[in-house]
Design a protein around this ligand. Structure first.
Ligand code: CTP
Length: 397
């Protein structure tokens, strides 16, 4: 991510209990060389005072759109231009909803709408609010526009509950933004999305992959400090900011892009739903409906993951197995056949998987299974990356 030294960060503090950690966050960001200006929402003022932020950031704290103290009363435009990163921490369910829908009712949201800076969110809320489909869709909407999502962590929440929803610790947020997490200095190549295999100039054979899981994995790898190349089939998603995107359409193009970029990567995570077959000879012109039936001859595509895993000098290889039945058994067979280090078994077809918000994953290696549980693709991706980061130095040699 290039580090935080000299970066201008506007920290928007939302109105949640985790706001009490925001002063420490200002300190941690400043320690890493960032310049920080603080914008408080009205809700935040219930949890922490402007005086605290003023003392720690050594700058005035911004609250209102209608602030006559600021030159020409246009704080939102000045801050919007000044910022390299707009960091929302804690990002409450309400603030996430406002940002997803482009509301501009206060300084924080107006500023977020008026800036070209990278948007980074550290969500914090009650676990039921985090799991609510409304929040899930809002987070996905922001991620699809390229926002980085840091966390939330699973753990003890307010009201004596526990589950996903806890804001990452300030030191973790600062580390993630500084590219200093457990994958710092590592290069990771991720494939994502479907492929489209042309039948004729207007038709293709495709699949229902949305690309969300692969993009969530790329986002989580960035959060862990990795340098990420994302080779993606056609999706409606914006790549997470900081990733190098290589857009492709067909399995053949994806194989070529991976081949060209895989050298020097320590880790390959193959999340793409690559077509196994492609039309042998796509028609030059649009096929007319002449006969009662139409037969397409399909030929096998290259198995990108198996080819990377078979190379002499190879990265740590992680596959995904989308299965509808005997999920773990089939995945285990693929682990062996493709000679992978790790495979994630992913149930698709019912309430999980392709095109859905939620997922359930089991990570399988030669020495056993780790249940990554059930949750949003974002949360599962963070857990998967944490697991890979633990194993990487030992297993890749
Ligand atoms: N994969 C790949 N290139 C292909 C097909 C699959 O790189 N041509 C990768 C996928 O990205 C995934 C893994 O291989 O990580 C498993 O893909 P999947 O389609 O589930 O397995 P297949 O081996 O194709 O088996 P089948 O379709 O028969 O279930």
């Amino acid at each position: 991510m290039g580090g935080l030294k000299g970066q201008h960060i506007v920290l928007i503090v939302g109105g949640g209990i985790a706001a009490y950690k925001a002063p420490d966050l200002v300190r941690r960001l400043a320690e890493r060389g960032a310049e920080v200006r603080v914008v408080m929402t009205r809700g935040a003022e219930h949890f922490v005072t402007a005086t605290t932020f003023h003392a720690i950031s050594h700058h005035r704290v911004y609250h209102s759109l209608w602030d006559t103290e600021t030159e020409s009363g246009m704080a939102h435009l000045q801050l919007a231009r000044w910022a390299d990163i707009v960091l929302v921490a804690p990002a409450t369910a309400h603030l996430i909803a406002e940002l997803a829908h482009g509301f501009a009712g206060d300084l924080a949201t107006t500023l977020a709408l008026a800036t070209d800076a990278r948007l980074v969110l550290a969500p914090a809320m009650n676990r039921r609010m985090w799991r609510h489909p409304a929040t899930g869709i809002n987070v996905e909407t922001l991620a699809a526009r390229g926002a980085r999502i840091l966390g939330p962590a699973t753990g003890e929440l307010a009201e004596r509950e526990s589950g996903p929803g806890r804001m990452l610790e300030p030191v973790e947020i600062a580390q993630a933004l500084d590219g200093a997490g457990p994958l710092a200095g590592k290069r990771v190549l991720v494939t994502a999305g479907p492929t489209e295999e042309p039948i004729d100039p207007v038709r293709f054979v495709g699949n229902r992959s949305s690309g969300r899981m692969g993009y969530a994995v790329a986002n989580a790898a960035l959060n862990a400090g990795a340098e990420v190349t994302l080779v993606s089939g056609p999706t409606a998603l914006a790549p997470p900011s900081g990733a190098k995107l290589i857009p492709v359409r067909t399995a053949g193009e994806m194989a070529k892009a991976v081949d060209e970029h895989i050298a020097d990567n320590e880790l390959f995570i193959s999340v793409a739903a690559v077509a196994d077959y492609t039309p042998k000879q796509p028609a030059k012109d649009k096929i007319k409906k002449t006969g009662k039936t139409l037969t397409l001859e399909l030929v096998r595509t290259p198995d990108i993951l198996a080819e990377v895993a078979a190379a002499k000098k190879r990265p740590y290889c992680v596959g995904f197995a989308a299965e509808t039945t005997d999920v773990v058994e089939h995945a285990r067979a693929k682990l062996r056949e493709k000679k992978l280090d790790l495979i994630c078994a992913n149930r698709v077809g019912d309430e999980h998987g392709f095109g859905r918000e939620d997922n359930a994953l089991v990570a399988i290696s030669a020495d056993g299974e780790t249940d990554l549980g059930h949750g949003s693709k974002q949360v599962l991706a963070e857990r998967l990356i944490a697991l890979i980061a633990e194993r990487l130095p030992h297993e890749s040699g």
